[in-house]
Design a protein around this ligand. Sequence first.
Ligand SMILES: NC(=O)c1ccc[n+]([C@@H]2O[C@H](COP(=O)([O-])OP(=O)(O)OC[C@H]3O[C@@H](n4cnc5c(N)ncnc54)[C@H](OP(=O)(O)O)[C@@H]3O)[C@@H](O)[C@H]2O)c1
Length: 303
Amino acid sequence: MVRSASRGWVRSAVKLTNKNVLITGANAGLGYETALDFAERDARVIIACRDESKAAAAKEQIQKATGSQKIFTRRLDLSSFSSIRQFSEDFNRTEDRLDILINNAGIMKHPQAKTEDGFEMHFGVNHLGPFLLTNLLLDIMKTNKGGRIVNVSSIVNYLGRIKWSDLNWEKRRYSPMGAYNASKLMNVLFTRELANRIRGLGITTNSIHPGVVNTTLNRTGGQDLSIMGRLTDFIFNQNFLTISPKQGAQCQIYAAIAPELQNVSGKYFSGCRKLPVGFWNATSSKSAARLWKISEELTGLKS
Ligand SMILES: NC(=O)c1ccc[n+]([C@@H]2O[C@H](COP(=O)([O-])OP(=O)(O)OC[C@H]3O[C@@H](n4cnc5c(N)ncnc54)[C@H](OP(=O)(O)O)[C@@H]3O)[C@@H](O)[C@H]2O)c1
């Protein structure tokens, strides 16, 4: 099949009429641009954000730009299991379908902190939260064939190391970048294991790296004096080294709508192209299964 993207840009005019899409963290950056694109494609777009006033502002802006009357906001805080459970319960009760889920929201280089449920912040917000959310929305996704789940990871998954005996960074010196890199590796492992588990259900899942994008991601106030931390600060402070949020959003849009990816699952994309998933750490089926089992226990999906 012909590729529907070139030079990192989606060229497809695919419409999403009658499709229900959910994007986490869609009030800013990549999530906002993705919501805008989907609205232009006539989707019914639900933007899930932790801050209701930011969500309302984004909705108004998207409505103004596209004329769409099909933008809806819902409150979702990925650092709280009770918020995720409440969100999913309301969603499953009031919506009748879910065609595209973009697990986009994330934090980077956060100062050391715990989520409401006591997990290291990157581990909780970037991995455990989307893990729980996705699992709680699988049933509604299954009701229609062709559903797609896109997990927004990062190229730093290549550097990710998971210390299984200290997932919450309690037994070693905290590294904001180390915690972020590990959480982005988890996004890739989660995607691989999820793809295995949903095979045959008519749903696919892929993970992506958006590029280095000029967004607010590097503004959580965490200090990381490692080479990686300093390099990240340097790159995010030089506009010419980053791409625009609109360009950065292309890969997640591609993974969500490209006709040629209809049956592609468990893969990793960047620049709207399939790339090797990473090194041994990202390709280990044992690690993917182990992470799934631990996550099920920690989120209370399985006790
Ligand atoms: N920018 C890059 O260069 C880059 C590179 C690789 C990967 N990524 C990934 O791309 C994704 C989007 O990041 P971005 O660059 O667009 O950053 P961004 O502009 O900072 O957007 C992040 C979004 O996530 C939301 N969020 C943060 N914590 C949350 C929570 N606890 N519950 C719900 N929502 C929460 C933010 O909400 P608030 O506005 O309320 O904070 C915001 O809407 C992230 O997963 C990131 O890891 C980005």
